[in-house]
Design a protein around this ligand. Structure first.
Ligand SMILES: [Zn+2]
Length: 219
């Protein structure tokens, strides 16, 4: 870990230096200050993410997913969701890029671990060839309206699997998200399907298909 910190500090100094040398004299100071602030924030968020993943109860995340994130093989983008109404999400795009809400990293540890585990399931679906990269891009269904139904059906299965596994983990760990409560009840699968059909972010473009899937019990 010390090595990693040294490399990061070196990179920060190097980037600051490059920014410094290429800035015009008039705005050099403000640019350097702004860049340093952004770099410090990035490293602080990275350190938080590292902590959450290195303490994750799922061994594959600690041993397989975390190293891929640390080397950039799975690329992390931090986003601020302030004002958007959702304060704790993460999204996998293109199969190998994770957009993490900065606010997620301020939430309780268990919730962070569950949300990141959900994205890990999507990553596995992508790596295993069960999901194509476009499926993780919400604009896909709009860009190819003729493929919307098949897109939505496949998306449904990937989302349902990810939520189901997330709830199984939540049940083991306790203190998971509200929609996972009652996991052991006999109608849990129906309840979860109904929840996903309305509440997942892809429901806004796939609602009709999702409701059909729920009605025909395709989960
Ligand atoms: Zn998902």
């Amino acid at each position: 870990m010390k090595k990693v910190v040294c490399i990061l500090v070196f990179l920060a100094s190097f980037i600051s230096f490059v920014v410094c040398c290429h800035s015009k004299a008039t705005n050099t100071n403000s640019l350097v200050k702004e860049s340093s602030k952004e770099i410090s924030k990035y490293f602080a968020l990275n350190a938080r993410l590292y902590r959450v993943l290195s303490m994750h109860p799922v061994i594959e995340i600690r041993q397989n997913f975390l190293p891929k994130i640390m080397t950039g093989e799975v690329f992390v983008v931090y986003e601020s969701e302030e004002g958007r109404g959702t304060f704790f999400s993460a999204t996998l795009t293109d199969g190998v890029q994770i957009h993490v809400a900065e606010e997620l990293l301020m939430r309780p540890l268990r919730l962070q671990q569950l949300v990141l585990f959900h994205e890990f399931v999507h990553y596995q679906q992508y790596i295993g060839g069960h999901a194509f990269p476009e499926m993780f891009n919400p604009s896909f269904a709009d860009a190819y309206p003729e493929k919307r139904e098949s897109f939505c059906k496949q998306k449904w299965h990937t989302e349902f699997e990810a939520y189901q596994k997330e709830c199984e983990l939540s049940d083991r760990l306790k203190g998971g998200p509200d929609f996972c409560r009652g996991f052991q009840a006999s109608d849990f699968v129906e309840k979860l399907a109904a929840w996903v059909a309305v509440n997942d972010s892809s429901a806004s473009i796939c609602k009709e298909t999702y409701l059909q899937m729920v009605q025909s019990k395709q989960f």
